[in-house]
Unconditional design. Structure first.
Length: 138
């Protein structure tokens, strides 16, 4: 089963999300991505946060584990961890998402969003959005 990890980074009432702007849709996701062969979940999250955000993070507690229900990704599990920022400058990521000669389409915009607004966003996956809103929104 293919594993994907996601970082939940909350600071001062805001959550760090990536705004994905594609020709057909704009939506929000948590930073993260696929776990490479031989890589731990923590190492994968740390790598993805540097690539996508330009930030070094500590990986803390497991928040949620979700098996995909979509037919095209039925062999995929997403694992969500609570994380803290250690250092770096948001928006300085240099991962493949930011290179013009890759298969990635659209824009990636890392953004701090007020956690109380998360339930109103086109956030994927929706069930995680709802869990986050319930747990962290006042």
């Amino acid at each position: 089963m293919k594993e994907r990890v996601r970082a939940i980074i909350i600071q001062a009432g805001k959550i760090l999300l990536i705004k994905r702007i594609k020709p057909e849709e704009t939506y929000w996701v948590l930073p993260g991505g696929g776990v490479e062969t031989g890589e731990s979940h923590a190492d994968a999250i740390k790598r993805e946060c540097v690539e996508e955000l330009g930030l070094t993070v500590n990986v803390n507690d497991l928040f949620f584990r979700k098996t995909s229900e979509k037919p095209e990704t039925k062999d995929q599990v997403e694992i969500f961890y609570l994380c803290d920022v250690v250092s770096g400058q948001l928006g300085t990521g240099q991962g493949p998402e930011f290179q013009r000669d890759t298969h990635y389409v659209g824009k990636y915009e890392p953004t701090w969003v007020d956690i109380s607004q998360i339930a109103k966003l086109n956030f994927k996956p929706y069930d995680i959005r709802d869990l986050l809103a319930k747990k962290f929104s006042a």
